[in-house]
Design a protein around this ligand. Structure first.
Ligand code: PEP
Length: 253
């Protein structure tokens, strides 16, 4: 059975002390976790090691980086490589968040390179996709997202995509308070699974965890996660509030 995942994206928020306090509060809460339910905290680079250490002894809670560079090493001032992340024991990295696509001009081709460098280094990508409001209004979201998947992932092998993580995040719902309805999330996520099945077969598609992201909060998580093709969420704002994120975690299937 594919993993059900509550992934936090802290983005560029919190001091180290605030991040530690938040992590401790979440880790000490009454979490309904098991080997099929995973919590991933996507934290800023400078906090990775500290937060990872705080999670020692929590087998179902891990940290993730929010990005990595597409090149192996070299003169790329300010960038962080996949090798650097694995060298400090990081296993997961968010790739292609819509904020990276929008503010840092990350294209589908660049993201294909990033996914490659992750696999070369044994890092597990959490691959983000999703459409802007104009695309949703034009009704072309399915083909838009399909193209994002094709251009960034379809060069990978079935083996690489087995147990892969995709986060579908409609841009119009990120940080806006506007959530896709659970029916809208299910509709496009079943399409994403069908696209992966057409390319890689049903077994691979069934193994992929497809998360929903976009204004998930305690009040809507259980209903959204209850959809058959929604395997948890990638959560921004609500992941910064311990009580909210704990309820989101406990809303996993
Ligand atoms: C995100 O950062 O990926 C996100 C979905 O943010 P929010 O939950 O705040 O909409």
């Amino acid at each position: 059975m594919r993993k059900q995942i509550a992934a936090a994206n802290w983005k560029m928020n919190l001091t180290l002390e605030q991040g530690k306090a938040l992590t401790e509060e979440i880790a000490q809460a009454d979490l309904d976790l098991n080997d099929n339910r995973l919590v991933i905290l996507g934290v800023p680079f400078p906090y990775l090691v500290t937060i990872k250490e705080l999670l020692t002894g929590q087998p179902n809670m891990v940290v993730a980086a929010q990005n990595c560079y597409s090149k192996k090493s070299g003169a790329f001032t300010g960038e962080v490589s996949a090798t650097m992340l694995t060298s400090i024991g990081i296993q997961y990295v968010i790739i292609g968040h819509s904020e990276r696509r929008e503010y840092f001009n990350e294209t589908n081709d660049m993201l294909a390179e990033k996914v490659n460098i992750c696999f070369e280094n044994g890092l597990k990508p959490i691959f983000c996709c999703g459409e802007a409001l104009e695309i949703r209004e034009a009704g072309t979201q399915n083909s838009f997202v399909e193209n994002q998947l094709k251009e960034s992932l379809f060069h990978l092998s079935a083996e690489q995509l087995t147990g892969f993580i995709i986060a579908y995040e409609p841009i119009w719902a990120i940080g806006t308070g506007k959530t896709a309805t659970s029916a809208q999330a299910q509709e496009i996520q079943v399409h994403i699974r069908a696209v992966m099945a057409a390319q890689y077969g049903a077994e691979v598609a069934e193994s992929i965890s497809i998360l929903y992201g976009g204004s998930v909060k305690a009040a809507n998580a259980k209903e959204i996660f209850g959809q058959p093709d929604v395997d948890g969420g990638l959560v921004g704002g609500a992941s910064l509030i311990a009580d909210e994120f704990v309820l989101i975690i406990n809303g996993l299937k």
